[in-house]
Every structure is written in structure tokens, then in C-alpha cells.
Design a protein. Structure first.
Length: 269
């Protein structure tokens, strides 16, 4: 899901619709056109999409023999992923190099608190759930608050029950599925002291990701471009020894190369 622009500087998103269903030649031409137009392409992809989409992305990257396509599949629920994609679109208007911009995705992931209010956890397999919670999920009217990121946690909704939130100022997005409740927009938003709250449509992959359509998904995030830019530029940068792009961290997001080990050097970790 491509969220509306956060501000006037936010770059538009390009949605790769039905990538695994269109002819390979058409998909190749579409990605090549984006590379020709922008120089580098950062593909943000949900882990809830089909394996066919994942295979098609790797096939395209291989056939184009391009180190200018970064494939990024963070372990975020669909709404949290949409937030991250918009943050990268915000940063794309700044003076960041393609490698630093793509690497910033890993960094910004840590500042997103994403979860959902669920009417059932019986088919939830992306967050650890105990058998007791599974049994309770069959009780009519039971609801569960689930935090998937940054630290997975599940609670059964009751008076005074909440989830651990961010220790910094955030805005919140809420996306309603087939569940009626004001727990997210009322109780949770108040407990997390969010500075702003907006409702958006539910992403297409959300029901599959959470294992039910009876849900309200939420994500708390840093909205200000100045803060995002400060985070992205405050981390030590390096240069990929293989493809030459600037990077944050040890692994290049475009060619996947890691720093070479020299003689007598002990690998980190």
C-alpha cells in the first residue's frame, strides 16, 4: 500500500502491481525504465506477498545484471511496511546517496512500533502465541492486542491492559478491518501519548499476514523529515568495496557484498 504523501517534499511511490502475473518481458521493461529514469531503485516488499512475487523480483534483478536494484523485505506487518516506504520517500528528497538511502531502511525499522487488535489469534503464525491464548481466541467476543515489532508481545484485552509503546514522540496510523472497537484509537493511542492520529485503508496483505480479517492494524512512527534525516546521517558511513556505493552497516543493500576479510583478521561476531 502506498500511503499519501506526508508533506509536499515526499516523492511519489511506484506500485509494482501484479508483478508475478504479467509477462516477464513487461516486468523487465518496467524495472529497466525505472532504473533509466532514476538511476537506482529501492523495492520495499512485504513478507506477506506470494513466493511468486519474490521469485520474479530476483529473476528480474538477475536478468538485468543490475547492482542498482535494492530488494528490501523487513519483518514488519503490512501497515508498518507502508510507513517505512513513505519515510524512505520522504528521505529521497534529501541529499542522500542511493546506498545511504537504501541502508536507512534498516535503521528506521527500529523506530516503528507496529501491531494490531485481533478478534482471533487462532491462525496467527507470525508472532509467538501460547496455547492458552489460542484456546481463549475461540471464546466469543475475545480480543487481543498484538505488538509484532520491535518486540513481539500479545495481551488479552481487558480494562487497564495495554502494550509497551515507544519512548519518543510519534504519530499513529490505524487501519480498520472487519472489527469494531475504539481500543486502538482511544486506549492505546492515549497510553502511547501519540502526537497525531490518522485512519487509513487496510493494506491488501493485512488479513493474510495477521491470519484474520477481524482486525484493526496500527503503526506508530516518526513523522518529521528533519528527525529522519538526522537519524540517517548520524550513523557512520562506508563505501562498498564491490560496487562503490556509500552504505550504512556491513552489508551493501544493492550488491549484497560484505567487507573483505584480510589476513589475520577475525570475523565480527
Amino acid at each position: 500500500m502506498a500511503l499519501p504523501a506526508q508533506d509536499e517534499r515526499t516523492l511519489p511511490a511506484v506500485v509494482l502491481q501484479d508483478l508475478d502475473k504479467q509477462p516477464l518481458e513487461q516486468a523487465l521493461a518496467g524495472l529497466q525504465s525505472l532504473i533509466d529514469q532514476h538511476g537506482h531503485v529501492i523495492v520495499v516488499c512485504s513478507q506477506a506477498v506470494s513466493r511468486g512475487v519474490e521469485r520474479r523480483l530476483h529473476t528480474i534483478r538477475s536478468l538485468l545484471e543490475s547492482d542498482r536494484i535494492a530488494l528490501f523485505r523487513p519483518d514488519l506487518p503490512p501497515l508498518g511496511l507502508a510507513v517505512l516506504a513513505r519515510q524512505l520517500r520522504q528521505l529521497a528528497s534529501c541529499d542522500l546517496s542511493p546506498g545511504v538511502l537504501a541502508s536507512a531502511g534498516r535503521l528506521l525499522t527500529h523506530y516503528i512500533h507496529a501491531g494490531a487488535l485481533l478478534g482471533s489469534v487462532a491462525r496467527l503464525d507470525r508472532v509467538a502465541v501460547g496455547l492458552k491464548s489460542h484456546a481463549k481466541s475461540w471464546v466469543p467476543g475475545s480480543q487481543f492486542g498484538v505488538l509484532a515489532h520491535p518486540a513481539p508481545q500479545l495481551v488479552k484485552i481487558a480494562p487497564g491492559v495495554t502494550l509497551p509503546g515507544p519512548e519518543f514522540g510519534t504519530w499513529m496510523l490505524a487501519a480498520k478491518g472487519q472489527l469494531q472497537s475504539d481500543w486502538v484509537t482511544g486506549t492505546l493511542a492515549k497510553e502511547w501519548s501519540v502526537q497525531g492520529l490518522r485512519e487509513v485503508p487496510l493494506p491488501a496483505e493485512s488479513s493474510a499476514w495477521w491470519g484474520t480479517g477481524r482486525l484493526i492494524e496500527f503503526a506508530a512512527y516518526l513523522p518529521d523529515l528533519s528527525v529522519l534525516y538526522q537519524l540517517a546521517t548520524s550513523v557512520r558511513q562506508g563505501v562498498c568495496h564491490w560496487c562503490g556505493v556509500d552504505v550504512i552497516g556491513d552489508r551493501c543493500v544493492f550488491c549484497s557484498a560484505t567487507p573483505p576479510l584480510f589476513e589475520n583478521q577475525i570475523p565480527a561476531g
